[in-house]
Write a protein that binds this ligand. Structure first.
Ligand code: AMO
Length: 429
């Protein structure tokens, strides 16, 4: 008999069915066993003779064949009365690391991450990654529809892109190399190569020394770069368009997942654009919190988001015009105030999920700026050389995939939105 998925058994009307999955729960009452079978589409009750299920243990993989029976008293109105139950994958444990057949797993995040294949078995843990997949899907389709080409750029590189010391070094055939902090240089180079508009979804690496709820050592960066822009406002328009496209897409394809997390996504999101200095002023005047020079700290981002929610009814805000001192050397200064840049961050529910800017596209200006930052242009030779041949005005941004997933589903920790997180304490599993 051909396998049916649990969702098909609920939806269909076949009399005889065969299902495969894991033993989620076993309840023995006299001579009858009520086995909850879980597959990737759902859970169904299998009613079987106790003798037939004698060797079953939680989380074994099994197959059960029998009659599909409509029964009001069954947990989902339909159950299977089994003729046979066969063990497909046995288990080898004294005790499960934690119970996963309760509404909430009672184990710390660390324990759940240590036993990742088990902690992902409940549907809700896996739903996070179904939503994540659709965030990527919407990203890909939105940018392709806007004339962007998908690219893949090297992750083993020879120089820092974002500045700072957050680089992992790699021994590359005896030479010192780094894991890319961002595809920054390559995406800009591909604008100049004639693609004009490119995007990439790929890993980025940050040697983050602090262990926080929002930092990973390895994360997925959704990058965009666009040539022939008029101003960095074009980039914010583009990202706002993506957010609306994403929310529409998720409402259509992830309704069940959104419901699991109690999330409803608004229509027609308009994202206010507010200069950083003004946001700092508001955080000081309204909440008495002084911000560090050139930014908001994590608490400031949270407070300012609260203000935006109360005053403007939105979860999003673009903060603009960061000072030169806080942005990488490739960022275009503000023509009205050379201490500021044509840059922005997107804050969503109190967390920065995006950084973007117009870039310097003039060879001489870029070279001077690299020097101004105390760096040696020789170390950026191939990047810099690509600006010799008519690089157009351009800019772009990057969205942290795990951060967006976390905020969208109101998760507490970025690791919940990462299958196998890497951080200062974790290289396993
Ligand atoms: P930035 O360094 O701000 O900018 O990174 C862009 C976005 O990537 C995410 N992110 C992270 N997510 C998890 N863990 C981390 N350690 C981490 N670091 C960054 C955040 C952040 O907003 N090249 C520029 C982008 C550009 O201008 O195009 C850049 O990398 O969501």
């Amino acid at each position: 008999m051909k396998r049916s998925y649990v969702a098909d058994v609920f939806a269909g009307s076949a009399e005889k069915v065969l299902v495969k999955g894991w033993v989620h729960n076993i309840n023995r009452v006299g001579k009858t066993a009520f086995v909850t079978l879980r597959d990737r589409t759902g859970m169904i009750q299998v009613v079987a003779d106790s003798a037939m299920t004698r060797d079953l243990r939680l989380e074994m993989s099994i197959e059960a064949a029998g009659n599909r029976v409509v029964n009001d008293r069954a947990p989902s109105g339909v159950e299977i009365h089994a003729d046979s139950v066969k063990i497909l994958g046995t288990v080898c444990y004294d005790m499960l690391p934690f119970e996963i057949n309760k509404p909430k797993i009672r184990a710390s995040l660390e324990t759940r991450l240590d036993h990742r294949t088990i902690s992902l078995r409940p549907a809700k843990s896996r739903a996070v990654f179904r939503v994540q997949q659709e965030i990527e899907e919407a990203f890909r389709s939105y940018f392709r529809d806007h004339g962007f080409t998908q690219i893949h750029t090297p992750k083993i590189i020879s120089s820092a892109t974002e500045g700072g010391s957050e680089m992992f070094t790699v021994d590359f055939f005896g030479k010192r190399a780094f894991l890319a902090q961002s595809p920054q240089f390559y995406k800009q180079m591909m604008v100049g190569a004639g693609f004009e508009r490119v995007f990439e979804i790929g890993h980025a690496y940050r040697a983050e020394l602090h262990n926080t709820w929002r930092h990973l050592g390895e994360y997925v960066s959704m990058d965009v770069e666009m040539g022939f822009i008029e101003s960095y406002e074009d980039l914010m328009d583009l990202e706002e368009g993506y957010i609306n496209c994403l929310f529409r897409h998720l409402r259509t394809v992830c309704a069940a997942e959104l419901e699991m997390f109690g999330v409803s996504l608004p229509d027609n999101v308009k994202i206010p654009r507010i200069p950083l200095a003004q946001a700092q002023r508001i955080v000081l005047e309204k909440y008495g919190r002084r911000s560090p020079a050139g930014g908001l700290d994590a608490e400031g981002e949270k407070l300012f988001s609260e203000y935006m929610r109360e005053e403007h009814g939105t979860d999003f805000v673009f903060l603009t015009k960061y000072p030169v001192s806080k942005r990488p050397m490739y960022t275009m200064p503000d023509p009205e105030n050379p201490d500021l840049t044509q840059s922005f961050d997107l804050i969503y529910k109190g967390l920065e999920i995006t950084t973007g800017s117009q870039r310097i596209h003039d060879y001489e200006m870029l070279k001077r700026n690299i020097e101004k930052f105390g760096l040696d242009p020789e170390n950026f030779r191939s990047y810099l050389d690509s600006f010799r041949y008519g690089m157009p005005p351009h800019g772009g941004f990057a969205i942290g995939l795990e951060r967006l997933t976390m905020k969208l589903l109101d998760l507490d920790n970025i690791r919940e939105a990462t299958l196998f997180p890497r951080d200062i304490k974790r290289l396993e599993p």
